[in-house]
Design a binder for this molecule. Structure first.
Ligand SMILES: [Cu+2]
Ligand SMILES: [Zn+2]
Length: 179
């Protein structure tokens, strides 16, 4: 009996290696994501290119979009559910990214789809369209791997479920960027 207890105590000591495994898992935890980026590619015959950067800051996620080739006017600009630009019309990106089951709205609204970034406002195909703002609904950890879609028309910020912004003319996938 005494030998058995000694044996069990020995087994318990051996099991201490479990804490070492936990240490190893801690070391393999993914890096803290500070920045993400999506390269924008044309859908179909459109000639659109650009980048959208997402930077984690104290006040929220800083969004910096630079897009070339947009026709003059407003173009709906959203994060869509899937990082899948494979369909010829961009529909593989799914609907607006909406993890909280909200209504479509403007980027300034308190209740909105997380993916609602409003419109890009272009001065014409020859100019670079930019958008810079800080977003308090978008968190890097939940948008990595999802899609960016730019639309042919204006997001009216009210129509459901997606602002009636028309066809999808550009698409990108959000990935981890170098810090
Ligand atoms: Cu969209
Ligand atoms: Zn929406």
């Amino acid at each position: 009996m005494k030998n058995l207890l000694t044996f069990l105590a020995f087994v318990l000591i051996l099991n201490c290696t479990k804490t070492e495994r936990i240490e190893v898992f801690k070391e393999f935890e993914g890096p803290q994501i500070q920045k993400a980026v999506a390269a924008i590619h044309p859908v179909g015959e459109n000639k659109i290119s650009g980048t959208v950067h997402f930077d984690k800051t104290e006040s929220g996620t800083k969004i910096t979009a630079q897009v070339m080739g947009l026709s003059e006017g407003e173009h709906g600009f959203h994060i869509h559910q899937y990082g899948d630009c494979s369909a010829p019309d961009g529909t593989s990106a799914g609907g607006h990214f909406d993890p909280e089951n909200m209504q479509h709205n403007s980027r300034d609204a308190e209740k909105r789809h997380v993916g609602d970034m409003g419109n890009l406002v272009s001065e014409g195909k020859e100019s670079t369209t930019t958008l810079n703002y800080v977003d308090n609904h978008i968190f890097l950890e939940e948008i990595i791997g999802r899609g960016i879609i730019i639309h042919a028309g204006e997001d009216d910020l009210t129509s459901q479920p997606s602002g009636d912004a028309g066809a999808r003319i550009a698409c990108g996938v959000i990935g981890v960027a170098q810090n």
